[in-house]
Design a protein around this ligand. Structure first.
Ligand code: SF4
Length: 1045
C-alpha cells in the first residue's frame, strides 16, 4: 500500500539522484514500459490527495481600417479631462454565482446517456452541462465556424461506447479504428493531439495532412513541423483574464453597431476564470488576517472585480470563481477538470490552455494543458485552432519509492534540476514507469506544476488508477469516473500497470530512482539550483563568499558576521545574514498536497509541544489554494498549532508565490536596509528570482511546507540540521529537526482520517454561492458593458470601433517610417513591460492628468484592461536598446522627419497625426520571452503595420498575425546592416492586392525611398493566417463569422 512518505531518517541519506540519459536529441529509440502490478485503489484513494491591425483595404481606400481605428484610438486617447458618466448598477443578491450556474443550465442536454439532471462534475451541484460543454448557440456557431471546409473525413471512425450498465456513454472518434500500427507507439500526450486533430478535421482549420503529421510523429517531430490544436477549454486568472474579457465586451459593442445580436459574442468553449492573483499579505500573524486582506483586496480592485462580475453574468460558457475561493490551478485540479468531456454525446479528452504559465499543473491529472498568451487564449475561446510545433517528447521513467522523510517538493526540485540539465524547452515530458504507482496524484500535480521551471511545454502523467481514485476522493460521481475509465481505455489513452505495456517511442529518455531523492531546497535565486539540506550550511557560506550572481552575494569576509540590532515592538531583536524574515506556506504547487500540508502542521505541533516559538519578526503566513485545506487542517487539530506559531490563514490566493508578500514590519525593513543584511525568505512556491518574493529578501529558498515551518523555527537558513539544534525546549534541551519531523506513518494516518470527499463537495458547493464581499459588490448588468470613461483600469479598446461587415482585404505598406531599429533578442518584456509605471513615462502623465496619485499608479500588469495606458506603456521598458539612440538605453526614439528625440509613444502619435505608416526593424528572436498579447496589441495601437526581423519567437509571430501586423523575415544571412539600411529610409512593402494571390511563406519585395530593393519572406505560415490578415485580425475574422451566422 502506497502512502506518500515523509519521515526523518532520510535526512542522513547522501544518495545522489541516479540519472540515466539516452539519446539526448532526436528520436532516440524505443523503450519498453515494463508491466507492473495494479495499484490498489483502496490504498491509493488515501494517498491521492491532498486556474488586429485592423487594416484596411488598399492604400487607396485611405486610412485603411487600421488607420481609422488608430485614428479613433488616438482621438479618444486625447480626450483630456475625465467625464462623469452615469451608470446603472445592480447590487446582486446573495448568490450571483448560483445565478450564473442557473443561466448555464440546460436540461435538454444529455450527459452520460441520461436526458437530464446529471451532476456535471460529479460534485452534486447539477452544474449546467454548458459549464462543461457548449451552449446550444455556441455549438451551432462552432459548427458553422468549423465547417468552412468539408465534412469531417474521419466520420467513419466515430464509434459508440457501450455503458456496461446499459445503453451507451456516447460516441467517440476511435484511434484504434484508424488501424494504423504507428498509434500504439505514440506517447500518450501525442495521442491526445492526434484525437483532437481527427475530431476537428474540416480540411480548413485542421487538415488530413495535419493528422498524418501527428501519426508520423516519430519522423516529423524532429523537423519542427507545425500543427493546429483546438483545446477543449480555456482557463484564466484575473491578471490576464481582464483584457480578454475587455476584448469580448468590445466585440459585443461592435456586432451591435454592425446590426448583429451582441449575445452572439460568447466563448465557444468553456472558459473558467479564477480571481486569485490580487490578494496580498497586508496583514499576517493575526486571527483577522483573512478578513482584513480580503477587504484590502476588494478596496484595491473594485473596478476590475466589478467588470469581471459583469462578464460572469453577461457571457455564456463563462464561469468566474470569486476572490477568496482559491488558486486557479488547485481549483482546476479539485473541481473544474473534466478529464473526459461529453459534448452532446461526443466524448473526447479534456484539454486546455490557460493564461498562466503554471496551467501545466493539470497535466498531473492526465489533462493536457499549458500556458499561452492572451491572443492565443482569446482565439481558443472563440473556437480557433492554435498553431503549435509538434513537440518532441522526453520519456521520464520513475522507479523505486521515495524514502522516509522525503516530500513531493524534494522530488520536484530534483526533477527540475535534471530536466533543466537535459534541455526540454518546447518539448513535452511524459512520466511513466513502476515508480508511478508510488506517487499520489497530488505528488504528480506538484511535478507537473513546475513545468515552466524546467522549461517543458508540459510534464504529463497519463491517466491510471491513481487518477481515478483522485477523482473519487475529490467528490466526483462514480458514474463520471466510470465514463472516464471506459472512454480512455477504449481509446488507448489509459495506462493500466497491471497489464503488459506497449512499447513507446520517445525522443529522448531520463530515469530517476525515487529512492535517491533527498530532502532539498532550491535557491537562493533560481528554482533549479537545488541544495540538499545536508549541504545547506556550506552552500550558504559559499553564496556569501561568491561574487554577485545566481549563487553569490559578494559579501566581504569582514562583513559576513554583521549583526543588525533593532527594536521590534519593544523587544530587542537581531538580524544576521541568512536570517529568515519571510516564511510562507504558499502556492498551488504545494497547497494542493495534503501530505505536505499536514506534514507542516505536525512539525508545528511537535515543536510547540516542546516549547519552541517562531520569532515574532518572521512574517509567517498560510495561503492555501482552496478551502478544503482549511477543513482538513481543522479536522486534524493541526490548524491550532500553525496559528500559535503565526501561520494564520492570510487568504485563499497566490500571495507570496506571485510576490504579493506585503510589507515587512518597518523596523525589520530598516534593519535589513541600513545594515545591508542578506535576509532570507523560505516559501513553498515555485519561483525565487531576485526581487520576486520581496525587494528586501535577497536570498529566497523554495522548500516543502514542513521545511518552511522548520526554517521559521530555526530563524535562519545558515544551519546544519544534522548537527545544530533548531531551538531550545522549555526544559532547556536542544531540539533538533529530527525531533519534530513526523514519520510517514503519522502523516499517512492523519491524512487518512482527515481528508474526506465530503470536504471537497461542501467546499465547492460553497464557492458557487460567492461570498459576502463579492455578492455585495455592485456590478453593471446587461449584454453590453457600460464603459466608464473615467476608469483607468477598464476602457473600451478601439480594435473594432470602425470595422465593417466586409473584410477590408489586403493592405500594402507605403513609404513607412521606421519607428524602432532593434538588434537581436528584443523580448516581450521590452515591448510590453508588466512592472512599475515610471514616474516620467507617458503612462504616468496620463494617470496624473486623471488625478491618480503616484502611489496608486500600480503596475502595467494590473492595468491591462486599459488600452490607453497599455499603448503608452508599449516599448516603455527602461532597458530597451534602439539603434537610433546610438548607445543610449531607454524608451525613446528619433522622429525622423523632425529629428526630435521623443518617448516612443509620443513619436508614434506624431507619425500618426502626420498620416504615416510605421514599421519596425529587428534582429533575431524578436518577441522572445513570455507570451504576451499586449506585445502585439501595443505596437498595433502605435500604428505599426509590419515588423521586419531576422527571426521571430513562434508565439509572438502568431500574435502579430492575430493583430493584422505583417511579419516579414530578412533572407538568411541578411539584416539591416548587411543590406546597408540605416533605418532612416522610408519603406514600401508590395503585397499582391488580391488576397487569393498571397501564399504562405512567399517572397515579398521591400523598396526604400531611394529605390533600393530587397526580398523578404512573408511569415504568414498558413492559409488560415492569410484569412485572418484579410479580415484585419483574428478577432475581426471571428466577429464577422458570428455576424453572418
Ligand atoms: S500560486 Fe503561484 S503558481 Fe499557483 S497560480 Fe498563483 S502565482 Fe501561479
Amino acid at each position: 500500500m502506497h502512502l506518500s512518505p515523509l519521515i526523518r531518517n532520510a535526512l542522513a541519506s547522501n544518495l545522489a539522484a541516479r540519472v540515466c540519459v539516452a539519446g539526448s536529441s532526436g528520436i532516440a529509440g524505443v523503450r519498453s514500459l515494463s508491466a507492473a502490478t495494479a495499484a490498489s485503489p483502496s490504498s491509493l484513494c488515501r494517498s491521492a490527495l491532498l486556474v488586429r491591425s485592423y487594416s484596411c483595404s488598399t492604400r487607396s481606400s485611405i486610412c485603411s481600417a487600421s488607420q481609422s481605428i488608430a485614428a479613433a484610438w488616438f482621438a479618444s486617447s486625447r480626450a483630456a479631462a475625465p467625464v462623469t458618466q452615469s451608470r446603472t448598477f445592480r447590487s446582486s443578491g446573495s448568490s450571483y454565482f448560483a445565478d450564473t450556474l442557473q443561466k448555464l443550465r440546460s436540461p435538454s442536454i444529455s450527459l452520460f446517456g441520461k436526458s437530464t439532471g446529471v451532476p456535471l462534475l460529479g460534485l452534486g451541484h447539477k452544474i449546467s452541462p454548458q459549464a462543461a460543454v457548449l451552449s446550444p448557440l455556441a455549438r451551432e456557431t462552432s459548427r458553422k465556424l468549423s465547417t468552412m471546409g468539408i465534412e469531417n473525413p474521419f466520420e467513419n471512425v466515430l464509434t459508440t461506447l457501450p455503458n456496461p450498465a446499459g445503453g451507451s456513454f456516447g460516441k467517440y472518434y476511435s484511434l484504434p479504428a484508424l488501424n494504423d500500427p504507428r498509434i500504439d507507439k505514440l506517447p500518450y500526450s501525442i495521442k491526445i493531439l492526434l484525437e483532437a486533430a481527427i475530431r476537428n478535421c474540416d480540411e480548413f482549420q485542421v487538415r488530413k495532412a495535419d493528422v498524418e503529421k501527428i501519426l508520423d510523429w516519430e519522423n516529423t517531430a524532429p523537423q519542427q513541423v507545425e500543427i493546429p490544436f483546438k483545446p477543449a477549454r480555456v482557463i484564466l486568472q484575473d491578471f490576464t483574464g481582464v483584457p480578454a474579457i475587455v476584448d469580448l465586451a468590445a466585440m459585443r459593442d461592435a456586432i451591435k453597431r454592425l446590426g448583429g445580436d451582441p449575445k452572439k459574442i460568447n466563448p465557444l468553449v468553456p472558459v473558467d476564470l479564477v480571481i486569485d492573483h490580487s490578494v496580498q499579505v497586508d496583514v499576517a500573524r493575526s486571527p483577522n488576517a483573512l478578513e482584513s486582506n480580503m477587504q484590502f483586496e476588494f478596496d484595491r480592485n473594485k473596478e476590475r472585480f466589478a467588470f469581471l462580475k459583469w462578464g460572469a453574468t453577461a457571457f455564456d460558457n463563462m464561469l468566474v470563481v470569486p476572490p477568496g475561493s482559491g488558486i486557479v490551478h488547485q481549483v482546476n485540479l479539485e473541481y473544474l477538470a473534466r478529464v473526459v468531456f461529453n459534448n452532446n454525446g461526443i466524448l473526447y479528452p479534456d484539454s486546455l490552455v490557460g493564461t498562466d504559465s503554471h496551467t501545466t499543473m493539470i497535466d498531473g491529472l492526465g489533462v493536457a494543458g499549458w500556458g499561452v498568451g492572451g491572443i492565443e487564449a482569446e482565439a481558443a475561446m472563440l473556437g480557433q485552432p492554435m498553431s503549435m510545433v509538434l513537440p518532441q517528447v522526453v520519456g521520464f521513467e520513475l522507479t523505486g519509492k521515495l524514502k522516509t522523510g522525503v516530500t513531493a517538493t524534494d522530488l520536484v526540485l530534483t526533477v527540475t534540476q535534471m530536466l533543466r540539465k537535459h534541455g526540454v524547452v518546447g518539448k513535452f515530458v511524459e512520466f511513466h514507469g513502476k515508480g508511478m504507482q508510488e506517487l499520489s496524484l497530488a505528488d504528480r500535480a506538484t511535478i507537473a506544476n513546475m513545468s515552466p521551471e524546467y522549461g517543458a511545454t508540459m510534464g504529463f502523467f497519463p491517466v491510471d488508477h491513481v487518477s481515478l481514485d483522485y477523482l473519487r476522493l475529490t467528490g466526483r460521481d462514480e458514474e463520471k469516473v466510470k465514463l472516464v475509465e471506459a472512454y480512455l481505455r477504449a481509446n488507448k489513452l489509459f495506462i493500466d500497470y497491471s497489464e503488459p505495456q506497449m512499447e513507446k517511442v520517445y525522443s529522448s529518455f531520463l530515469h530517476l530512482d525515487l529512492d535517491s531523492v533527498e530532502p532539498s531546497v532550491s535557491g537562493p535565486k533560481r528554482p533549479h539550483d537545488r541544495v540538499s539540506i545536508r549541504e545547506m550550511k556550506d552552500d550558504w557560506q559559499s553564496c556569501l563568499n561568491n561574487k554577485v550572481g545566481f549563487k553569490g552575494f559578494g559579501i566581504p569576509k569582514e562583513q559576513q558576521g554583521a549583526v543588525a540590532k533593532f527594536d521590534f515592538q519593544g523587544e530587542s531583536a537581531e538580524l544576521r545574514h541568512g536570517d529568515v524574515v519571510i516564511a510562507a506556506i504558499t502556492s498551488c504547487t504545494n497547497t494542493s498536497n495534503p501530505n505536505v500540508m499536514l506534514g507542516a502542521g505536525l512539525v508545528a505541533k511537535k515543536a510547540t509541544e516542546l516549547g519552541l516559538k517562531v520569532k515574532p519578526w518572521v512574517k509567517t503566513s498560510l495561503a492555501p489554494g482552496s478551502g478544503v485545506v482549511t477543513k482538513y487542517l481543522q479536522k486534524s487539530g493541526l490548524a491550532e498549532f500553525l496559528d500559535l506559531q503565526g501561520f494564520n490563514l492570510v487568504g485563499y490566493g497566490c500571495t507570496t508565490c506571485i510576490g504579493n508578500s506585503g510589507e515587512l514590519h518597518e523596523s525589520v525593513g530598516s534593519a535589513i536596509a541600513d545594515n545591508d543584511i542578506v535576509a532570507a525568505a523560505v516559501l513553498s512556491g515555485n519561483r525565487n528570482f531576485e526581487g520576486r518574493v520581496h525587494p528586501l529578501t535577497r536570498a529566497n529558498y523554495l522548500a516543502s511546507p514542513p521545511l518552511v515551518v522548520a526554517y521559521a523555527f530555526a530563524g535562519t537558513v545558515n544551519i546544519d540540521f544534522e548537527k545544530e539544534p533548531i531551538g531550545i525546549s522549555e526544559t532547556g534541551k536542544e531540539v533538533f529537526l529530527r525531533d519534530i519531523w513526523p514519520t510517514s506513518e503519522e502523516i499517512a494516518s492523519i491524512v487518512g482520517s482527515s481528508v474526506l470527499p465530503e470536504m471537497f463537495r461542501s467546499t465547492y458547493e460553497a464557492i458557487t454561492k460567492g461570498n459576502k464581499m463579492w455578492n455585495e459588490l455592485a456590478a453593471p448588468t446587461g449584454a453590453l458593458y457600460a464603459w466608464d470613461s473615467t476608469s483607468t483600469y477598464v476602457h473600451e479598446p478601439p480594435f473594432f470601433k470602425t470595422m465593417s461587415s466586409k473584410p477590408p482585404g489586403v493592405h500594402s505598406v507605403k513609404d513607412a517610417y521606421v519607428l524602432l531599429n532593434f538588434g537581436d533578442s528584443i523580448t516581450t518584456d521590452h515591448i510590453s513591460p508588466a512592472g512599475n509605471i515610471h514616474k516620467d513615462s507617458p503612462a504616468a502623465k496620463y494617470l496624473a492628468e486623471r488625478g491618480v496619485g503616484r502611489r496608486d499608479f500600480n503596475s502595467y500588469g494590473s492595468r491591462r484592461g486599459n488600452d490607453e495606458i497599455m499603448a503608452r506603456g508599449t516599448f516603455a521598458n527602461i532597458r530597451i536598446v534602439n539603434k537610433f539612440l546610438k548607445g543610449e538605453v531607454g524608451p525613446k526614439t528619433i522622429h525622423i522627419p523632425s529629428g526630435e528625440k521623443l518617448y516612443i509613444f509620443e513619436a508614434a502619435k506624431k507619425y500618426h497625426d502626420e498620416g504615416k505608416d510605421l514599421v519596425i526593424l529587428a534582429g533575431a528572436e524578436y518577441g522572445s520571452g513570455s507570451s504576451r498579447d499586449w506585445a502585439a496589441k501595443g505596437p498595433y495601437l502605435q500604428g505599426v503595420k509590419a515588423v521586419i526581423a531576422k527571426s521571430f519567437e513562434r508565439i509572438h509571430r502568431s500574435n502579430l498575425v492575430g493583430m493584422g501586423i505583417i511579419p516579414l523575415c530578412f533572407k538568411t544571412g541578411q539584416d539591416q546592416d548587411s543590406l546597408g539600411l540605416t533605418g532612416y529610409e522610408k519603406l514600401s512593402i508590395d503585397l499582391p492586392s488580391n488576397i487569393k494571390e498571397i501564399k504562405p511563406g512567399q517572397d515579398v519585395t521591400v523598396t526604400t525611398d531611394s529605390g533600393k530593393q530587397f526580398p523578404c519572406t512573408l511569415r504568414f505560415d498558413t492559409q488560415v493566417e492569410i484569412t485572418y490578415f484579410e479580415h484585419g485580425g483574428i478577432l475581426q475574422y471571428v466577429l464577422r463569422q458570428l455576424l453572418e451566422s
